[in-house]
Design a protein around this ligand. Sequence first.
Ligand code: BTN
Length: 244
Amino acid sequence: MHIIKLNAIDSTNSYLRELSTSGDPEDYTVVVAREQTRGRGQMGTLWTSEPGKNLTCSVYKKIDCVRKEEIFFLSMAVSLAVLQTLKRFGIPQLKIKWPNDILSAHHKICGVLIESVIKGDRLNAAIVGIGLNVNQTGFGGLSSAGSLKSITGVHYNLDELLNRIISELKHYEGMIVGREFELLKKEYEQNLFRKDKPSTFSDNASGSVFMGFIKGISETGKLLIELEDRMMRECDLKEVKLMY
Ligand code: BTN
């Protein structure tokens, strides 16, 4: 593992993206920043984090065994790697909110942004951005956000967390390399937030709200929702938002 530690950068994902355009970073090149001035979240959102308090990092993961359409298995692997790390650190009530938010009870403590690196027309690598709220305790009144410290009262060492995440990621990567996709999916689904519970979703296109039960993940990586009339709906992140 090759670690690059930065004091401040716009975004660790963008930094790795630039590295990959000018060269060929080695597998598991990890960029960690004390501060991001323009951290990026999913769906074009901004990711904010108090400087020095949290883990904001990106991992360059070379890919030679999965196709573009199978990248969601990497997303599962990353979610499980963070979840298992946090379990080891004693964080309670952990769940994965599809596709890859990590919650403790109802608080989002970690967000993941995975971006593909395409060279020619092949998926060459993925940039795995991880924003883990660790020692920050105020979230500007955002009650859905939390950190390890806000949940347990304990101060955590960022390097220890990062090292554990990387070794867990290597473990789950082994499942991808061995094409143990069913096993990976099963473990992911076992940890899925609100699975088999009545949940409310909003439809991004129409703005309408509907009820359904999360049943798992489809063969193509979409969220499977059983609607009230028993029909199944397959949704991707752009289509629906799980409200509660
Ligand atoms: C989300 O919206 O939940 C995803 C947040 C991902 C944030 C991390 S912080 C490190 C890496 N660099 C970025 O610019 N974003 C990711």
